[in-house]
Each structure stands twice: as C-alpha cells, then as structure tokens.
Design a protein around this ligand. Structure first.
Ligand code: AP5
Length: 204
C-alpha cells in the first residue's frame, strides 16, 4: 500500500504509537509521529524556545515549529501512518493543504485507563521501544534494567496533557466526526484486540 495514508487520533496514552507500529509493519508504511520527531529535536533553538520546554510541561509546541517538523516528515514518507498531528483546528487546516488522507481512525479510551497506561509506560533508551510496567514487560533482563520513564509521563504532567488534549484536540475529533470521516475504535483491551478492530474497520 505504497501511497496509503492513515491518520491515527486519540488522547495521550490511547495507544497511537503502539498501533501505528503494527499498522506500519502490516502494510509496509512509514510511521510519522510528531511526538517522536520533536523528541529527536528537543534541544532545537527556535524563536519560541526549545521544544523541550513545552513538552516537559505537557503543553503544545507552537504550530510554526510543529508544522515545519511535519512538512519535513511528510516529504520523506510515501505511504504513512500519521500520529500526534493535528492537535488543534489550525493544524487540521495545515494538514488539509499538505496531504490527502485515506482513513481517519480515533482510538477511544477512558481517562483512568489513559493515566494508568502513561504513568506505567517505560522506554528503552537504546531502541526507543515502549513497554509498560504491568502490561508489557520486556523478557530480556538487560532491557528491563535500562528502562526509563519519559519526563512527561509523570502523573502531574500526564494530567496536564489530558487537559490540553480536551481543550485543543477534542474539537479536532468533533470536526472529523461531523465530516463523516472518523472511524471510531474502542481502544480498550489488549493491543492485539485493538489492532484486530482497526483492521476489520479499514478492510471492511
Ligand atoms: P506524543 O509523543 O505525540 O504524545 P501523546 O499524543 O501524548 O501520545 P503518547 O505517545 O503519550 O501515547 P500513545 O497514544 O502513542 O500511546 P502508546 O502507544 O505509547 O507528544 C508528546 C508531546 O509532544 C506533546 O505533549 C506536545 O508537547 C508535543 N507535540 C507532539 N505533537 C504535537 C503537535 N501536533 N502540536 C503541538 N505539540 C505537539 O501507549 C501508552 C502506554 O500504554 C505504553 O506503555 C503501551 O505499552 C501501553 N499500551 C498501549 N496500548 C495498550 C493496550 N491496548 N493495553 C495495555 N497497555 C497498552
């Protein structure tokens, strides 16, 4: 599916990164994640400061910075799964001009599950792979020992990210819902169960 374009939407911790990796593997697509791209450039000096200052506080990085990051990532990708963008209505407009989408998928997960998933997430600093202290423990002891917690996964920052999502990104979800584009998926259950639901919906 060389030029297939999937947009994955959902609150922080909904499983966008987890499902994007599975979709990319199944359909041979590139993963475009503004969160990952910003983390790779978090010390970049911009007129607004570094991305790090916004990310550590759980705030959105200014559109001017993120739009550039997105444009560069889309230019390199052919078929892709996009995750983390758009997060406000101005970004929806920017995305509309930049590309066309085939499927817009929303992962629906309740707030307490989100908090549990995010505060328990651990990252392997060597591979960037995500794990979870309860739901996804690495088998390799060496990997288990080197896991770290993302700075924005501490509970107070998680709660701030959820507020920022409600205020800025819920209107984005509502807009795609109103245009009839939104495929709404129950994001609870195991990663495999969620993945099967997504596949059933897009191959229907
Ligand atoms: P970003 O990295 O995009 O973070 P996010 O949207 O908050 O999403 P997460 O990566 O936290 O969660 P996810 O939905 O991918 O869940 P995951 O699969 O990892 O953005 C970070 C920051 O960058 C933002 O706060 C902002 O500052 C900035 N930024 C990024 N894009 C921007 C933009 N467009 N505009 C402005 N600023 C922007 O899963 C989470 C955990 O749950 C993992 O531990 C996983 O193992 C576990 N898990 C996943 N699925 C399941 C399941 N089904 N059952 C049990 N556990 C599960």
């Amino acid at each position: 599916m060389a030029d297939y374009h999937i947009l994955l939407l959902g609150p922080p911790g909904a499983g966008k990164g987890t499902q994007a990796a599975k979709l990319c593997e199944k359909y041979d697509l590139d993963h475009v994640s503004t969160g990952d791209a910003l983390r790779a450039n978090k010390e970049m000096e911009t007129e607004y400061g570094t991305p790090r200052s916004f990310m550590e506080a759980g705030e959105l990085v200014p559109d001017e910075v993120v739009n550039e990051v997105l444009a560069a990532a889309l230019e390199e990708a052919n078929g892709y799964v996009l995750d983390g963008y758009p997060r406000n209505l101005d970004q929806v407009e920017y995305l509309d001009e930049a590309t066309e989408l085939d499927d817009v998928i929303f992962l629906d997960v309740d707030r307490e599950t989100l908090v549990e998933r995010l505060t328990g997430r651990r990252v392997d600093p060597e591979t960037g792979e995500n794990y979870h202290v309860e739901f996804d423990i690495p088998e390799d002891e060496a990997v288990r020992e080197r896991l770290i917690q993302r700075e924005d996964d501490e509970e107070d920052v998680v709660r701030e990210r959820l507020e920022v999502y409600e205020e800025n990104t819920e209107p984005v979800i509502q807009q795609y819902r109103e245009t009839g584009e939104l495929i709404e998926i129950d994001g609870t259950g195991t990663p495999e169960e969620v993945f099967d639901r997504i596949i059933d919906a897009i191959e229907e």
